[in-house]
Write a protein that binds this ligand. Structure first.
Ligand SMILES: Nc1ncnc2c1ncn2[C@@H]1O[C@H](COP(=O)(O)OP(=O)(O)OP(=O)(O)OP(=O)(O)OC[C@H]2O[C@@H](n3cnc4c(N)ncnc43)[C@H](O)[C@@H]2O)[C@@H](O)[C@H]1O
Length: 274
């Protein structure tokens, strides 16, 4: 049995299939972990969602910002981004069933026997494991409730909720959890989330911004963290127990798969399409 963790697929389904063929992924005995952003920029968002849905118990998925945005687009409260290729997915006869599957996916996953935590963007440095579990569960509970669009998805947009406040109202706390686990890259020195800076840290040398994973996080000290979301760093975090798996396949770079048992990274270049 093997555990494979794959970076942001963003609809790059053909590249995913080539990567899985390289490692002879066998869903009857192996597990495929995905760091979120299954959909959006590539042409294969529909087959990607269908593939993970049918993997069932052989897959562990977390939601990314693009997956959450898809929930809003499918509910017709937001438009797809012009750069996204979601038309086939949005017109598919199984859209409702795929959305029903997507919204029951969590914001983080654990592999307790190896002390591994996976989320799309990262883990707030000030949270311990109990806090992470309880806050992520509150979001998941809201996502599976029948009024999830009105009660949560329609309210989550914007960048005002940028710091953790244990006394904030429940909706603000859920929005912070979504912002931290699916959108975080840099933090200000006081720990506030910064949303506009998306390039690699070398582009902001003269600022006080620090990548979230450079903070002395509580969970970082005891766990290996696996995340995606930040294509511009191309997997470079400079720390042994951090695996940044977004290597910009949708931007023309490559898709990365981490094989846990051998600690090897296997890659597949973005295919050139005419
Ligand atoms: N609560 C919420 N509030 C607000 N919005 C929410 C939300 N929840 C969901 N959303 C949605 O989130 C989506 C993201 O919006 P955007 O934030 O506009 O999308 P993006 O810049 O493309 O970021 P992305 O998440 O794709 O990150 P990536 O690192 O690949 O790319 C980032 C940048 O890095 C650059 N880059 C990529 N690869 C690179 C490389 N190898 N080298 C250098 N730069 C690279 C790219 O040019 C790109 O500009 C929107 O659909 C929005 O609606």
């Amino acid at each position: 049995m093997a555990n494979y963790f794959v970076g942001d697929i963003q609809g790059c389904f053909d590249e995913l299939q080539l990567l899985l063929a390289k490692v002879e992924f066998n869903p009857s005995k192996d597990i495929l972990w995905a760091v979120g952003d299954l959909v959006a920029r590539g042409s294969g968002s529909l087959p990607t969602l269908r593939y993970f849905k049918q993997l069932d118990g052989s897959a562990r998925v977390v939601l990314g910002n693009h997956d959450l945005h898809l929930l809003a687009v499918a509910a017709k409260i937001k438009r797809a981004n012009p750069k996204d290729q979601l038309d086939a997915l949005l017109a598919s006869s199984d859209l409702n069933s795929l959305i029903g599957w997507l919204r029951i996916q969590p914001l983080f996953q654990e592999l307790p026997e190896r002390n591994i935590i996976m989320s799309h963007a990262g883990i707030p440095p000030q949270w311990d494991l109990a806090r992470l579990r309880s806050e992520a569960k509150k979001v998941s509970d809201a996502l599976i409730s029948p009024d999830y669009i009105q009660a949560l998805i329609s309210k989550m947009y914007g960048s005002d909720v940028n710091s953790w406040d244990p006394k904030a109202d429940p909706l603000q706390q859920k929005i912070y959890c979504i912002n931290a686990l699916t959108r975080m890259r840099f933090l200000h020195s006081d720990g506030k989330l910064e949303f506009d800076s998306k390039l690699s840290p070398s582009a902001y040398k003269d600022s006080t911004l620090t990548p979230w994973f450079k903070f002395d996080g509580i969970i970082n000290q005891t766990h290996t963290l696996v995340f995606g979301h930040w294509a511009a760093i191309m997997g470079e975090v400079g720390m042994q127990d951090m695996h940044a798996l977004d290597t910009g396949c949708c931007w023309g770079e490559y898709l990365t798969l981490w094989h846990l048992e051998s600690n090897q990274k296997i890659t597949q270049n973005k295919l050139k399409k005419s």
